[in-house]
Design a protein around this ligand. Structure first.
Ligand code: SF4
Length: 340
């Protein structure tokens, strides 16, 4: 554990590392391909590197993996995977089936410190940030150890944790995901979801061009302060300004996620206010009916109210879709991950 982990390094860092050992820079690409495109976990398998080099690397760096502890399958086909980290903590990822591909929802922290009222992850508190290797290994492990893995096409950072509160490690993980000799995933297929850490949204836009999703959930500060305490620090005006200034690539839209909770944020006035709040932002709205679970304090709204809410947004020319929650029966739906 005391040796540096190769999987915590970007291509540039591996290049620097092996240059210091007097090796050619191009070897770094070969190493990354073994790690991410062959799923190799041992230097012995890196047969296009000399035996001396492999032995030398083995003595000074290590290659981490995660342990898949359990996979649960929902009746709708969604799979929740429980991973054990090297220090004994647990995290979860969710595989969501699509027509011909899978979307993988990954975690960026063990627990979460934000404490949104509708979220089980927040309820269990925060333990620590994930390392870049622990973020990308959720993808690498599933890619090489599950039949679904090779058909994972989209990555969403919407699992346990707030990615922008673990910015440096998340950014490094994104770099490894998007590097050609790394996981080689297009940034168009990666979405980062945030509860609204406004200053970091600016930074994210400068550093990457992944898709941005905002967990918004209400158009008024009072309700948002109640649902998502982070709003007291970054109120709606600040958050929406950061969204307006996000340097989005052409033809892309910010996704605003809106969990519909009966009696809390589903009125006609809420929909009208939401339409006014987002006016002029190139965006789409994901309306997510709240998932009840045993002991949950909130309720799922009636279908008729959900549809009425959507119709108001459509009338104002927004793209608004109702996202059927997946995996509710195995606590794999939005806001239900706990690593337990
Ligand atoms: S919704 Fe996201 S930011 Fe809020 S507590 Fe849950 S994991 Fe954290």
């Amino acid at each position: 554990m005391d040796k540096p982990n190769l999987k915590d390094m970007t291509l540039e860092e591996i290049e620097g590392f092996i240059s210091d050992l007097g090796k050619e820079k191009y070897r770094a690409k070969q190493i990354m391909k073994w790690l991410y495109q062959s799923g190799t976990t041992s230097f012995d398998e890196m047969t296009n590197l000399s035996k001396d080099f492999r032995d030398g690397m083995n003595n000074i760096v290590r290659i981490s993996t995660l342990e898949i502890v359990e996979t649960q399958t929902s009746k709708d086909g969604t799979k929740k995977v429980l991973f054990k980290l090297e220090d004994g903590n647990f995290i979860e990822s969710v595989l969501i089936p699509g027509a011909n591909h899978w979307t993988l929802c990954i975690s960026t922290q063990v627990g979460c410190m934000i404490g949104c009222r509708f979220c089980l992850t927040g309820m269990y508190g925060f333990k620590r940030n994930l390392l870049p290797s622990e973020i990308t290994d959720q993808i690498t492990m599933l890619r090489f150890n599950t039949p679904e893995g090779e058909n994972v096409k989209n990555i969403v950072m919407m699992g346990m944790g707030e990615p922008l509160e673990n910015y440096d490690n998340t950014l490094k993980a994104i770099r490894i995901m998007t590097t050609d000799c790394g996981l080689a995933i297009s940034n168009r297929r990666i979405t980062l979801s945030t509860c609204g850490i406004a200053p970091m949204i600016h930074r994210l836009g400068k550093d990457t061009c992944v898709n941005l999703a905002i967990s918004l959930n209400t158009p008024d500060d009072e309700t948002r302060n109640y649902l998502m305490p982070i709003n007291k620090k970054y109120p709606l005006e600040t958050l929406i300004k950061a969204c307006r200034e996000y340097p989005m690539p052409r033809r892309r839209r910010i996704t605003f996620e809106y969990i519909l909770i009966e009696g809390v944020n589903t009125s006609r006035e809420d929909a009208e206010r939401l339409a006014r709040l987002l006016r002029g932002i190139r965006c789409k709205l994901n309306l997510i009916p709240y998932n009840e679970y045993p002991g949950s304090v909130f309720r799922t709204p009636a279908e008729v109210d959900i549809e009425a809410f959507r119709k108001i947004l459509i009338k104002h020319n927004y793209i608004a879709t109702i996202r059927a929650s997946r995996g509710g029966d195995i606590l794999a739906a939005c806001g239900q991950l706990s690593g337990r």
